[in-house]
Design a protein around this ligand. Structure first.
Ligand code: FES
Ligand code: FES
Length: 140
């Protein structure tokens, strides 16, 4: 089937199998490999992107389900060589080690702060509870 998805403001149209997951559409079809694929069981959160501003696990979303919606990936955070404040903050506070979980962490955190610019520690912990970091970058 032909699927057209708006990703980071650009319409990407491809012929794919109806069962194609959003994470594969983004990585393999659109070539945006910043979104990671870690578990395929909806546990790790490395695959989180934003759909209409909401953080969503793209490994458990069919690409076809996102037609007519706005998908935003980690590639959209940096603009004209300037890091998003979330990226800058992760960098400055060493909130990552290997970086595998980081795309999902960034997109989840960006969505949290877009909705709630001044979250409590508890709200932050709840927001990133769907993200698993194997390097224990949570604290920072
Ligand atoms: Fe989607 Fe792990 S790859 S939650
Ligand atoms: Fe390595 Fe999180 S920084 S998995």
């Amino acid at each position: 089937m032909q699927v057209s998805i708006k990703i980071n403001g650009e319409l990407v149209t491809r012929d794919v199998e109806p069962r194609t997951l959003l994470v594969h559409f983004i990585r393999d079809t659109a070539g945006l490999t910043g979104t990671h694929w870690g578990c395929d069981t909806s546990n790790c959160g490395a695959c989180v992107v934003q759909i209409d501003g909401e953080p969503v696990k793209s490994c458990t979303t069919l690409a076809a389900m996102t037609v007519g919606h706005e998908v935003r990936t980690v590639e959209s955070l940096e603009v004209d060589g300037r890091l998003d404040p979330i990226q800058q903050g992760f960098h400055e506070t060493h909130a990552l080690h290997c970086g595998f979980c980081t795309p999902g962490m960034l997109m989840t955190t960006r969505a949290l702060l877009d909705e709630n610019p001044n979250p409590s520690d508890e709200e932050i912990r709840t927001a990133i509870s769907g993200q698993i970091c194997r390097c224990t970058g949570y604290k920072n």
